[in-house]
Ligand binder design. Structure first.
Ligand code: 5CA
Ligand code: ZN
Length: 420
């Protein structure tokens, strides 16, 4: 990741870890931080929930960079999965064309929101050879088992959770809680023959009319959803990387299963911390492609909304609190952006706190801008408290923008990703 120029250095990041239920310091030794964030399933355009997730992890990266760490950031794209195939069939389009179009739109949206691109952006299809190798290994170890497909022409493979004592460590959920969402989130609890109804699918044998890839000893087929993220993360980040990220809708089964599969493969914990963005909704319901209640980044951009205002709207809500997108939140962000820009682009304010701008701030003794930068750093390093960071800039702007305004603009972009 690029180093972001800014004055001085920020302190170590503290962030909420779902697995321990605590806010913990995540500041790896050795100067390199490793992050994996679950990417999109590319069958529909980026909505505010996705955008909130990727802006949150962008903030996390910016705090790490500001603290002097190098960051290796990996994201997958689920370019083969049930919902993508269903949507393509429904709309009578080729699933590969659908995915390619949505992936470019997502990347344009992210760029517009000034979200730093991952170093490795890896498609599930690209990862299939690693999945095959992983599943073969688990079968050989006796931690996975096969079941004949309904048509009798191939075998599906499942992880045997009973062999994995770490199962449950990510979510901390009871089995009852797990069953409540397992089926609706891609699980197949009623598949006959499974040893545990929660066992995750590792490999699905080829069925008539479904896309398929060579699986070597597994035969033709395609990987299950969770193994995709397990193998991509292990290949590009290695064992026990620092943060696994995504929305809270992925805590179970996705992150639980990706982690337990990694543990089965390597014997080591998958990640050091599991960080989750709360769900963004619309009118009291989770915003989701399957429900169709969407506010799209691309649609707002087409209407001429400044992407920096969209970013500010997302940052105005704390990542751990579920919230509903409203027009009011966007309007406030538009006003805030205009207010900040007016101060940063304006002439120096006479007298008062503005008088100390002469000391330069950036590398010299901290002036008014220096104390603002310290406030921003403290807010963000304290469990990514973006609302507090925005309030600090508001207060500075309301005071007429004392100190070196150009230095403030640099810090606001470096830390918050907002271009003034
Ligand atoms: N491809 C999988 C992950 S491997 C997937 O969940 N794709 S997705 O397109 O459905 O979601 C992309 C990311 O946005 C995920 O991290 C997901 O947790 C997050 N997300 C989805 N809906 C919301 C929402 N309403 N609010 C916040 N985050 C969301
Ligand atoms: Zn994932």
């Amino acid at each position: 990741m690029p180093q972001i120029a800014g004055p001085g250095r920020g302190g170590p990041l503290r962030v909420h870890d779902t697995a321990t239920g605590t806010v913990r310091e995540v500041h790896p030794e050795g100067g390199r931080a490793r992050l994996y964030v679950c990417g999109i399933t590319p069958y529909d355009a980026t909505h505010m929930g996705h955008a909130a997730t990727y802006v949150t992890f962008d903030l996390l990266i910016r705090v790490w960079l500001d603290a002097g760490l190098d960051v290796t950031y990996v994201q997958n794209v689920t370019d083969i999965d049930e919902p993508l195939l269903e949507r393509a069939t429904r709309d009578g389009v080729d699933w590969q064309d659908l995915a390619a179009g949505q992936i470019s739109l997502f990347q344009e949206d992210m760029e517009a929101l000034n979200v730093l691109a991952p170093e490795h952006y890896v498609g599930a299809i690209e990862g299939i050879p690693d999945d095959v190798e992983a599943v073969r290994h688990l079968l050989a170890e006796g931690t996975a088992y096969s079941l004949p497909a309904e048509d009798g022409r191939g075998e599906d493979v499942y992880l045997d959770l009973a062999t994995q004592p770490s199962f449950g460590a990510v979510s901390g959920w009871s089995r009852e809680e797990m069953f409540e969402v397992f089926a609706e989130r891609g699980g197949d609890p009623d598949r006959p023959g499974k040893r545990d109804r929660l066992d995750p699918l590792l490999w699905r044998a080829h069925r008539e009319g479904e896309p398929h890839w060579p699986g070597g000893p597994l035969g033709e087929g395609r990987p299950g959803w969770h193994i995709e993220c397990t193998t991509i993360a292990l290949r590009y980040l290695g064992e026990s990387f620092d943060v696994q990220g995504g929305g809270t809708d992925l805590i179970f089964p996705h992150h639980e299963m990706s982690a337990v599969q990694a543990q089965a493969l390597t014997g080591a914990p998958f990640a050091g911390a599991y960080v989750h963005q709360a769900m963004v909704g619309l009118d009291g319901e989770k915003m989701s492609k399957s429900k169709g209640n969407l506010v799209l980044v691309s649609a707002l951009r087409r209407e001429g909304v400044d992407p920096m205002a969209i970013r500010l709207a997302l940052l105005s809500q704390h990542y751990r609190t579920p919230w509903d997108w409203t027009q009011r939140i966007l309007e406030e962000a538009v006003e805030r952006l205009a207010a900040w820009r007016a101060v940063v682009g304006g002439q120096a304010v006479a007298g008062g706190a503005g008088a100390d701008s002469a000391d330069g701030g950036v590398n010299g003794a901290p002036g008014a801008e220096g104390s603002l930068v310290t406030e921003l750093r403290t807010a963000l390093a304290t469990d990514l408290d973006s609302p507090a960071a925005l309030r600090a800039v508001d207060a500075w702007a309301a005071a007429g923008g004392p100190g070196d305004r150009a230095a403030v603009a640099v810090a606001v972009e470096a830390l918050l990703g907002v271009r003034l």
